[in-house]
Design a protein around this ligand. Structure first.
Ligand code: KE4
Length: 426
């Protein structure tokens, strides 16, 4: 029996599903999860030493690849000065200054410890700043697991069959309204039904938790216009797209201004970090300046800041990475599409810069309803085939593949060959 199975048998006895986050349990693909022992560059290695080309990339943070020397050395240096002080530090100032420099339309930053915490806090700030209670999200979008956002959520909530979680009181979620991604009339219908009550519209600028679905032309600009018309704040949840689509994230990439922007993943360089950002007028309503309370023992942790600073500074100094990431992802998407057609597999591959996902459907996927039509059993067989060929993908359809700067032509060609052989037998 392999080490992952032995560890999994122990894990399920002491952790729900044997994991600390549901998607890692491989339930959507009906397999024993791989327990990863180490990672380097584009590779992860399981507890039996098997090597996989990694397209999970820790769900997005590892845009430079695993174990990047610049990040590792920054963390090793920071650790020597202590792990946590519960006091302001130089690195937090440097991190906030760097994010203000790189992210359009923001003047202030508050660091937290996860994307969930960033979004939860941004929603509270939007409600506090507007004095309104209702929020609009999109079906199939995922914004972490805070109560008011576990409504028609994507990612593993959807894959696990609980897009709206148990344990969340109706009183909480009655203020959460759900619209359809890429469907502006569905948003306007809600805003006009509650004209003075909607605090914010929150959107993943590129939906990546229903699989990857890009914004239709004019969709994001349309949200901006509707928010201005109805006095609601526009929140871009850039936990995935932040520093991924471009150095300035989705606001820069699509040229649409958000009022609040949330981050996670890449800004931590692999360490637990989240952030919410906005104008001074908005952010100075957060404690200790204003009435919107939010706090955190490890927020701005010096070691986590060191990792995040190292990654963001490297991205700032090597912006050619973004064009190369897009070329790699586009090539891979093309190869997957070519192989699927050759073997008569109904496949739609959506790719936006360095995030992509295959859907096992004969049509294009531009809305959540299209994504939901994907053949999930076929995805499970595809996942298993690719894993057998040494390629680690997201173990669920409603996720994304992430490219890193460490993936070279060799890994891409090996991945394309694995897809060719997998589609042949699908
Ligand atoms: P975290 O709390 O997991 O750091 O971030 C929540 C979050 C917020 N917003 C978006 C757009 C996100 O994608 C996420 C988390 N993404 C998932 C993957 N779909 C994290 C993986 C997991 O849940 O284990």
């Amino acid at each position: 029996m392999d080490q992952s199975q032995l560890l999994y048998d122990r894990a399920v006895k002491v952790m729900p599903g044997g994991v600390n986050s549901p998607v890692r349990a491989y339930r959507s693909v009906n397999m024993c999860p791989r327990f990863i022992a180490k990672a380097d560059g584009p590779f992860v290695y399981d507890e039996d030493g098997r090597r996989y080309i990694d397209y999970v990339c820790s769900w997005g943070p590892m845009i430079l690849g695993h174990n990047h020397p610049v990040i590792r050395e920054a963390v090793e240096k920071a650790v020597k000065d202590g792990l946590s002080f519960g006091a302001p530090t130089r690195r937090e100032v440097e991190m906030a200054e760097l994010m203000v420099e790189l992210v359009p339309n923001i003047e202030m930053v508050r660091m937290v410890n996860s994307g969930t915490e960033a979004v939860m806090s941004a929603i509270r700030l939007a409600r506090g700043a507007t004095g309104r209670d209702k929020i609009i999200k999109f079906e199939g979008c995922y914004h972490g697991h805070s109560d008011c956002l576990l409504v028609n959520a994507g990612s593993s909530a959807l894959a696990g069959g609980h897009p709206s979680s148990a344990g969340v009181p109706e009183d909480i979620v009655r203020h959460t309204l759900t619209a359809q991604f890429n469907d502006l009339p569905s948003v306007e219908a809600l805003l006009s039904a509650y004209p003075q009550e909607v605090a914010c519209v929150i959107v993943e600028p590129v939906a990546a938790n229903m699989g990857v679905v890009g914004p239709a032309p004019g969709f994001l600009a349309g949200l901006r216009k509707l928010c201005d018309q109805y006095g609601a704040l526009l929140i871009f949840d850039e936990v995935i797209t932040g520093f991924r689509l471009a150095l300035g994230g989705a606001q820069a990439y699509y040229g649409v201004k958000a009022d609040l922007v949330t981050f996670g993943k890449i800004i931590g360089g692999g360490m637990p970090v989240g952030a919410y950002c906005g104008s001074r007028a908005l952010m100075e309503q957060v404690a200790p300046c204003g009435p919107v309370y939010q706090a955190g023992t490890l927020s701005g942790n010096p070691v986590a800041m060191a990792a995040g600073l190292a990654q963001l500074r490297y991205l700032k100094d090597h912006q050619e990475i973004y064009a190369k990431l897009n070329q790699k992802a586009a090539w891979l998407a093309g190869e997957m599409d070519r192989s699927a057609k050759k073997h008569g597999v109904a496949l739609a591959v959506n790719q936006v810069e360095s995030v992509l996902s295959p859907f096992f459907v004969p049509t294009e996927v531009t809305r959540f309803t299209d994504a939901k039509g994907s053949d999930l059993q076929r995805y499970a067989r595809y996942f298993a085939g690719m894993l057998h060929h040494g390629v680690a993908l997201a173990p669920a359809q409603f996720e994304a593949m992430f490219l890193s700067a460490a993936h070279t032509k060799a890994e891409l060609e090996e991945t394309a060959q694995a897809a060719e052989e997998t589609f042949a037998g699908l």
